[in-house]
Design a protein around this ligand. Structure first.
Ligand code: MIG
Length: 750
């Protein structure tokens, strides 16, 4: 251990520079957060960020003890040559009573070798690289965020690595998955603070696991770049995170509908058959997805000439039914003379290199394969332009998979490196940077290339990109799905806290594969999962090659009809979902929210992992186990109306409700009204007809966002007000309003 410390403090250009015998730190008021960036090498002062987009710097003042900046709580700094600590104060009191200390670590256990001709470990670091910060722990403190995680809602008591990994076999105890969002929301006494460790190197957060009195944040990189987001409400932290890392662009309406996928629909006829079956059963469908078998020998930017002889025509026929086509694009490029993508990439010097200067050659679906270096702008531009191949053929969305990156084998590397997994060798070069440094942003930079390419090719459309891998800020470019889950009830259940914590980490548009990817779904599982999926921001059913078919009609009646109802409900709710999507794109507020996010003063709200709020108005308590006819659930303070029965329940407290197969326990919050429409795939988001369902007592407020459903022309958010007693309402022109009486009858107000 080597302590970090500073003795000299100086305000220069509105920021505070701290200098010590070895380390330097810049303290900035960056947008809504304090940034403390500690480094050793002068060149790291201007380290670039893949996560932070907020440019605004507020002027910092320092009185020798406390740094202050307009609009931010004061930051206390304690300076000594070999000891550094700090704390943030809230207006309401003390956040971090404890002092936090920087430590350099002696040696990183990672070995950045792994190609035949190794590169030296990170140069210039007398300590071997790496930083560790420790926070004094508090028993009452809880942690949320951390991106895509297995397990329950509260993350305290475990150790979390950020190292993007393709894990087809994850379960409750698994550590890192496909995404890295090195972000924490710490909450104690109802007050929240956010922490971002803006380092793309492997980072490890030990949340009071190894030592109950200590939480440590470790990075294997040569700098320690920390942001403190003051809160004090969970909501404030979320909005600050969005301001720092970017808000998601407004998605096209169709993306919020129901998606059908399978590995694979391998030829045109099977795509058409699925679409036909949806039609036959009267099930709305927004998109059908093409997995890797559409390609010619796994060559990206090709269609197999026999299996998909005329993809443009197929897309056109589907478009006439209001159904979009989405195609998978993996990063690996088949290394093959004469293959256009490889030849162009080679001519452009676009591929990742060994330290010797050769292409890193490996295997994934295509073999042999090479990998574009998406961290370079010219490579991203080239890759983006290649997507003309898809847009020209009417493909509406792009699905980025295997961009963790997942690699089956690399020439010259035997087996897997411990802690590295099946990916590119840590010493592989992206320009001057090693893979070790940029591994965690590889997928994000790929999706960025795709998003920017699609936008440039069709500026009149909103790009739709789905990615498996990403970093903090991925929401600027892509939606996320949670990778290879299984057709297990436990995975249905686990998807809830996973998506809640993803949402708190900025990734507000996400979904898990409905029905489960690998293993076999059964009809009850699929039915319950589809109901839950009706409230996922991203609603897609997907299954593996060897899994039993699990399209909504796969199990016949009575299941098909019941599953179809869940999908139709999503379409009924689309005006509300779309309005939430617009709010997310404007503020960063997640669509699915843990109870504590809205009710931070309620103790049970922190532990409830299998219920969530859908926007401000709805509370959802899915059934997560087979054979359940009832569901016990927690209602926060206030009055709630059972969506289906109309009964009114008073929170806070626990209740048990019936949960027949036909319905998901769903509650409407007093004071709120929800916009609804008819259950079909609407062409525009002007939603006709448009209804507001309001709480049956008192005044209810709601809103609806209306626009063309795609494109860049701004729409309008209309506020709505319904007064149940006076039977009066104010809603956008042409819309109607109703309430449901507790006895069950629907009353139209007019
Ligand atoms: O090696 O493209 O997570 O959704 O269907 C497996 C085939 C590659 C993994 C993805 C999954 C997709 C599958 N892919």
């Amino acid at each position: 251990m080597y302590p970090v410390g500073f003795e000299d403090a100086r305000v220069e250009d509105g920021e505070l520079w701290l200098r010590g015998p070895i380390f330097t730190a810049r303290v900035q008021a960056r947008g809504p957060a304090w940034r403390i960036h500690v480094f050793l090498r002068p060149e790291d002062a201007e380290k670039d960020s893949y996560a932070i987009v907020a440019e605004e710097k507020r002027p910092v003042a320092f009185d020798g003890r406390v740094a202050s900046a307009p609009g931010l709580p004061p930051l206390a700094l304690s300076l000594a040559p070999f000891a550094f600590s700090f704390g943030v104060f809230h207006a309401s009191g003390l956040f971090a009573r404890e002092l936090e200390t920087w430590r350099g670590v002696e040696r990183v256990t990672l070995d950045p070798l792994g190609v035949k001709n190794p590169v030296p470990p990170t140069e210039g670091l007398p300590l071997g690289g790496g930083f560790e910060l420790w926070l004094e722990e508090r028993p009452e403190r809880r942690y949320f965020g951390l991106g895509e995680r297995t397990g329950f809602l509260d993350k305290k008591g475990k150790r979390y690595t950020h190292w993007n990994t393709d894990d087809t076999d994850h379960e409750e105890g698994t550590d890192n998955l496909y995404q890295s969002q090195p972000f924490l929301m710490a909450v104690q006494g109802g007050e929240a603070t956010g922490l971002i460790l803006d380092e793309t190197w492997r980072t490890v957060f030990d949340l009071a696991r190894s030592d109950p009195e200590k939480t440590t944040l470790f990075t294997a990189g040569p700098t320690f770049d920390l942001y403190l987001l003051p809160g004090p409400r969970p909501r404030d932290v979320t909005l600050a995170l969005a301001e720092l890392t970017g808000r998601p662009p407004m998605p096209p309406l169709w993306a919020l509908g129901y998606h059908q996928c399978r590995y694979s629909y391998p030829e045109e006829a099977s795509v058409r058959a699925v679409v036909e079956a949806f039609k036959q059963h009267g099930i709305p469908l927004s998109a059908i997805w093409l997995d890797i078998d559409y390609m010619d020998g796994y060559r990206v930017f090709t269609f197999h000439p026999e299996r998909f002889p005329d993809p443009g025509r197929l897309a056109e026929d589907l478009a006439r039914e209001g159904i979009r086509l989405v195609a998978i694009v993996d990063p690996a490029v088949k290394k093959e003379a004469g293959y256009r993508v490889y030849e162009e990439g080679r001519a452009l010097d676009a591929f990742i290199k060994t330290p010797r200067g050769d292409e890193v050659v490996g295997e994934v679906w295509p073999k042999p394969a090479v990998w574009p270096d998406f961290t370079q702008e010219r490579v991203r531009r080239w890759w983006g332009k290649l997507h003309r191949f898809y847009t020209e053929r009417g493909v509406a969305g792009i699905w980025n998979d295997m961009n963790d990156p997942s690699v089956f084998a690399v020439e010259g590397v035997d087996g897997e490196l411990p802690g590295i997994g099946k990916t590119l060798p840590p010493g592989a070069l992206h320009g001057k940077k090693t893979h070790l440094e940029v591994h965690n942003v590889y997928g994000q930079e790929m999706s960025r290339a795709t998003f920017e390419g699609l936008l440039a090719l069709a500026p009149e459309r909103r790009p739709f990109v789905l990615t498996r891998s990403g970093f903090l800020g991925i929401q600027r470019y892509a939606w996320v799905w949670t990778g290879d889950n299984k057709s297990y009830w436990a995975h249905l259940e686990m998807s809830i806290p996973m998506l809640l914590n993803l949402g708190l980490s900025g990734v507000v548009f996400a979904g898990a594969d409905i029905g489960g990817f690998s293993e076999d779904a059964d009809p009850e599982l699929l039915l319950r999962w589809t109901w839950l999926g009706a409230f996922y921001p991203f609603m897609r059913n997907h299954s593996a090659k060897t899994s039993r078919r699990q399209e909504p009609y796969a199990f016949g009646e009575p299941w098909t009809g019941k599953i179809a109802e869940a999908i139709r409900f999503r379409y009924r709710l689309l005006p509300y979902v779309y309005t939430l999507a617009e709010e997310a794109s404007r503020t960063g507020a997640p669509l699915v929210r843990p109870l504590f996010w809205a009710f931070p003063e309620e103790e049970p709200a922190y532990q409830v992992y299998d219920q969530f709020l859908f926007g401000d108005a709805l509370l959802v308590a899915p059934v997560t186990r087979p054979g359940q006819t009832h569901r016990s659930l927690y209602l926060p303070r206030g009055r709630w109306q059972h969506w289906w029965r109309g009964t009114i329940h008073e929170g806070p407290g626990w209740i048990t409700v019936e949960a027949p197969l036909e319905e998901i326990p769903l509650f409407l919050r007093a004071g709120h009204a929800v916009p609804l429409t008819e259950p079909r795939a609407a062409k525009t988001a002007f939603f006709k007809p448009l209804y507001f369902r309001a709480f049956p007592e008192g005044q209810s407020h709601g809103a609806v966002y209306l626009d063309a459903g795609d494109g860049q022309v701004p729409g309008t958010r209309h506020e709505a007000l319904v007064d149940a007693e006076r039977r009066a309402f104010k809603v956008p022109r042409g819309a109607r309003a109703f309430i449901q009486r507790p006895e069950g009858n629907v009353i139209w107000l007019d």
